[in-house]
Design a protein around this ligand. Structure first.
Ligand code: AKG
Ligand code: FE2
Length: 259
């Protein structure tokens, strides 16, 4: 525990690092998320050295910048960052597909995703026993903040649910060998809600602890979330105030973890 607290996210300028059980609260109506996690962002290869962690050279906001690692755990940083890079590469393949689905040029997001403003989180949910308190679950009802999330969930444990259009919670069981891809708030903003951000939550009452790793892939922190022109019309007026991706994510981190 002391090792973890040495890299607590509330002590780093960019919320990287460890977040203890109940320290975050994704649902403003909730009382805290019953999970602990570790969050990190981009690091360039090569990764041979365990002893240092560079920031992003082209960072423009407080959210860029260095990761913190538990260097006491051998091999953790290299394994985690290699996995992160693989998922960033997968994410880069998805942006053109989303663009084509919107009938815009497949390269539309290329110049908006140059610095991989992607955060990976490794989450541990203890088994939740005792009476259900709707205010305390693994992660309270929320939408993700970036364009989309590529989520790996531990096999054979049902815990994730999404809210459907009829406002019913639907189980999303893990399917071995697959990822769940959720649309997030930045895509809702880019598309003026043509892509809707998926409301979801986690309740782990499986009798076992559960792990998951989301990669939240957004547009670069300095980029303004200006709606795509074809997504605005007299019938579909502008729904969201235009802010930069970095301002948006930072405000959400502040609201979730306090500062
Ligand atoms: O653990 C999961 O399955 C989902 C996690 C999640 O929704 C999040 O971290 O935003
Ligand atoms: Fe989420």
């Amino acid at each position: 525990m002391e090792l973890k607290m040495k890299i607590e996210n509330k002590t780093t300028p960019n919320w990287k690092g460890y977040s203890p059980l109940l320290s975050g609260n994704n649902d403003p109506n909730g009382k805290g998320d019953l999970q602990e996690g570790f969050e990190f962002g981009w690091e360039s290869p090569p990764l041979e050295r365990e002893g240092d962690s560079e920031g992003k050279a082209n960072g423009v906001t407080v959210l860029d910048g260095k990761n913190v690692w538990p260097f006491e755990v051998p091999g953790f940083r290299v394994a985690a960052v290699e996995y992160y890079h693989a998922l960033v590469n997968l994410g880069k393949l998805l942006f053109p597909i989303f663009a084509l689905a919107l009938d815009i040029d497949e390269t539309f997001f290329d110049d908006k995703t140059k610095t991989s403003a992607a955060l990976m989180r490794i989450i541990h949910y203890p088994d939740q026993t005792g009476p259900t308190d709707e205010g305390v679950i693994g992660i309270g009802a929320h939408t993700d903040w970036e364009c989309f999330t590529i989520l790996w969930q531990e096999p054979n444990i049902q815990a994730l649910q999404v809210l459907n259009a009829d406002k019913e919670w639907i189980d999303i069981p893990p399917i071995t060998g697959t990822f769940v891809v959720n649309l997030g708030d930045q895509f809702a903003r880019w598309t003026n809600d043509i892509f809707k951000s998926t409301v979801h939550r986690v309740i782990n009452r499986s009798g076992r602890r559960r792990f998951s790793t989301p990669l939240f892939f957004g547009t670069d922190y300095g980029v303004r979330l200006e709606p795509i022109p074809s997504c605005i019309s007299p019938d579909r007026p502008l729904k969201y105030e235009v802010v930069t991706a970095g301002e948006y994510v930072k405000a959400k981190l502040e609201a979730t973890y306090g500062r």
